[in-house]
Design a protein around this ligand. Structure first.
Ligand code: NAI
Ligand code: AKG
Length: 421
């Protein structure tokens, strides 16, 4: 690989493109289809005013990028963060296309974001901002066009506001325009926990594949938000030992295992994991490099880079976050024979349950949680198997195998549909 700067290494769009180019080359992808799939099909940027609580008018910038709608409506979360930017949303939208294709659900890929700090905004400000952002991009949304969902900094309440704003403009309630909604307004049982549950499922599959034991298997998780906390809880119930939790403001370590239910309660009460008595305080950066069988980065991008990959001790990395590992780090980890469950497979439980939610909303018939979990397990176990078999058949690592499988499926659909207007 040509020498690149750290700035290029950690640009998520470059990271996505590097893997896409590699996989497309391996597939001998037709040059025209390569060009079609390399770039998003639509990029929307909006600047819109919001009345703040103190009477000021603030102007916010929002994005919605639709990478591909070849296999179905665009699908993907909305991120509220001070750092969100167009290249990040582009990468996240492309990853959604590949993710939906890996699990073979009928969606394309999209992602959105608003530059803001939700932790510093009141509920009223968040609601006004969400409603105005929705109104600005409304013609591009819809159950058959583009269906948002939660991501970092957004939650069920934000989805409820988006659904309500869209419905007001349509003059009727349209629940299937977003997923990850509260249960009583068209949400699905099991969606909130699904990304974490999916991580547990693919970790089980990885252990089976590698001939490793689940009981007592030591796990370290970065991020104790929706994905990380649910993965921790569900995996603890299965018999895994969660020995470390890294958050942005500090970490926790207990070689005998952390009681995740107690930590969950503590975090609810105190708004932080710091000060929890069931584990010792630990440097969160060092936790990523601490001895364990499975490391689950479930917070944000670029946490495993050329700067720390050679010091990772985990046997398995299961990517709960999108884009936690850079392309340069991939090469270092391959030399160390670390088994990576790539993001577009590892965290696909969320969008898979979103697919179930969209189906339920359109049918007006709501499933029991056991059915959601059973279908989730079946799709994820099969997708894990598809990726590992593809990797063995083509002598590539799991990430490139997942990209190849996905690109192949999307390219096939584009060819079938044709490209003439
Ligand atoms: N929510 C979902 O269903 C899905 C989320 N993802 C991805 O999973 C990741 C996490 O998303 P959510 O859990 O939904 O977000 P969240 O906002 O609920 O939680 C993120 C957590 O990570 C922590 N965090 C942020 N930066 C950190 C850092 N540098 N070091 C340690 N901790 C840090 C935050 O304090 C927060 O507790 C993101 O990459 C997201 O794109 C992927 C698939 C589905
Ligand atoms: O549930 C969804 O539709 C998308 C979740 C998401 O944003 C992701 O998988 O990264």
């Amino acid at each position: 690989m040509a020498t690149i700067t750290l700035e290029q290494e950690i640009n998520p769009w470059e990271a996505q493109a590097a893997r896409f180019d590699f996989a497309a080359r391996k597939l001998n992808l037709d040059e025209g289809l390569w060009k079609v799939l390399r770039y998003p099909s639509r990029e929307i940027i909006v600047h819109f005013p919001v009345a703040m609580d103190d009477g000021r008018i603030e102007v916010f910038t929002g994005f919605r990028v639709q990478h591909s709608q070849a296999r179905g409506p665009g699908k993907g979360g909305i991120r509220y963060s001070p750092d969100v930017n167009l290249d990040e949303v582009r990468a996240l939208a492309s990853w959604m296309t590949w993710k939906c294709a890996v699990v073979n659900i009928p969606f394309g890929g999209a992602k959105g974001g608003v530059i803001c700090d939700p932790k510093k905004m009141s509920m009223g400000e968040l609601e006004r901002m969400t409603r105005r952002y929705t109104a600005e991009i409304i013609e591009f949304l819809g159950p058959e066009k583009d269906v948002p969902a939660p991501d970092m900094g957004t939650n069920e309440q934000v989805m409820a506001w988006i659904m309500d704003t869209y419905s007001m403009h349509m003059r009727q309630t349209v629940t299937s325009v977003v997923t990850g909604k509260p249960l009583n307004i068209g949400g699905s049982r099991g969606r909130k926990e699904a990304t974490g549950r999916g991580i547990g499922i693919v970790c089980d599959e990885a252990l089976r594949h590698l001939g490793m034991q689940r009981d007592g298997c030591r796990v370290i998780i970065q991020g104790f938000g929706n994905v990380g906390s649910n993965a921790a809880r569900i995996m603890m119930e299965k018999g895994y030992k969660i020995i470390g939790i890294a958050e942005y403001d500090g970490g926790l370590y207990n070689p005998n295992g952390i009681d995740i239910d107690q930590l969950f309660e503590f975090r609810q009460r105190n708004g932080t994991v710091l000060g929890f008595r069931g584990a010792e305080a630990f440097d969160p950066h060092e936790l990523l490099l601490t001895d364990c069988e499975i490391l689950i980065p479930a917070a944000t991008e670029n946490v495993i880079t050329s700067r720390n990959a050679d010091r990772i001790k985990a046997r398995v990395i299961c990517e709960g976050a999108n884009g936690p590992t850079t392309a340069v780090a991939d090469e270092i980890l391959a030399d160390k024979k670390v088994f990576i469950i790539p993001d577009i497979l590892a965290n696909s439980g969320g969008v898979t349950a979103s697919y179930f939610e969209w189906v339920q909303d359109r049918q007006g018939y709501f499933w029991k949680e056991a059915l959601v979990n059973e279908q989730l397990e079946s799709i994820l176990a099969e997708s894990f198997d598809d990726v590992v078999r593809y990797s063995e058949a083509h002598a590539v690592n799991n990430r490139i195998a997942a990209y190849m499988l996905a690109i192949d499926r999307v390219a096939f659909t584009i060819k079938q549909r044709g490209i003439y207007a």
